[in-house]
Ligand binder design. Structure first.
Ligand SMILES: [Mg+2]
Length: 272
């Protein structure tokens, strides 16, 4: 019996200071473990309790970190577990096996994108030329697979987002707004495709998943059971699906509860 647990990281298991959503009085706040430092400053946290649950989960299941982060961004994160046998980066574009990128997987993903979608250069050029410096803060290409903009969300016109999404859709790309980032991702570049590949290789019979954002929807749908927190883009849309449990918790407390539920389900306990 192998249970695969594919979980998103940012705002699902780990949280920046701004995303912690602490509500208890300061003297009762949970102790936090910093798991990511960026430019010499602490960036991402989980609760000490969540860290303990995650360590148990990684011992008892095939825990697969599943993120849209690039490999470089992923490798900054130091989860309190041994190097996972598999990790999914770049929204499914890279599969790390014992921490090393599987080039064959990347090649197969790229050949599919080449045949099914408009090229990245065309999409990133469109973003660059239509974005307004009034709200555009940064413009990035990730792993030569997809593009994202960091924006001033308050100034971003909904009309730009809508017309850009329609333009991209005709070219086989999806545009979505997540926090301060506008992502343009080729439609076949998914976390779920990579998760299915891991399940096949590992001979997993059950897949559990967790995630908070629009780029996690396919992952949650592909799992036997899935959980999402009470915050995030999926929560804002009231998104739900068969086999999905919506948790009321928000912020870093949701991360802890997700781990509790995953562990309980993996142990064959209550799965909701
Ligand atoms: Mg997330």
């Amino acid at each position: 019996m192998t249970t695969l647990v594919a979980s998103d990281l940012d705002r699902t298991l780990i949280y920046s200071a701004a995303a912690l959503g602490l509500t208890a009085p300061d003297a009762e706040a949970p102790r936090l473990l910093c798991v990511e430092v960026y430019e010499s400053r602490p960036l991402s946290y989980l609760t000490e309790t969540a860290a303990g649950l995650l360590a148990e989960l990684a011992r008892e299941t095939l825990f697969v970190p599943t993120t849209t982060r690039t490999r470089e961004q992923y490798r900054r994160i130091r989860l309190p577990v041994p190097t996972p046998g598999y990790a999914i980066c770049a929204n499914g574009g890279h599969l790390l096996v014992d921490g090393v990128a599987d080039e064959e997987w990347n090649r197969s993903v790229r050949s599919r994108l080449d045949s099914e979608c408009a090229p990245l250069a065309e999409v990133s050029a469109h973003l660059r030329t239509t974005a307004d410096p009034a709200w555009l803060l940064k413009e990035r290409v990730a792993e030569e697979l997809f593009a994202y903009l960091v924006v001033d969300r308050a100034e971003l016109p909904a009309s730009w987002l809508k017309s850009t999404a329609a333009w991209a859709d005709e070219r086989g790309w999806t545009v979505s707004l997540q926090g301060r980032k506008v992502y343009a991702v080729p439609r076949p570049l998914t976390k779920s495709a990579a998760m299915r590949e891991v399940a096949r290789r590992a001979g997993a019979d059950t897949a559990l998943a967790a995630g908070d954002s629009l780029l996690d929807a396919d992952l949650l749908l592909a799992a036997d059971h899935a959980w999402r927190p009470g915050h995030g883009e999926l929560a804002e849309e009231g998104w739900t699906a068969p086999g999905l449990t919506v948790l009321p918790e928000r912020g870093v407390a949701a991360g802890e509860e997700i781990l509790r539920r995953l562990l309980s389900a993996a142990r064959g306990g209550r799965e909701d």
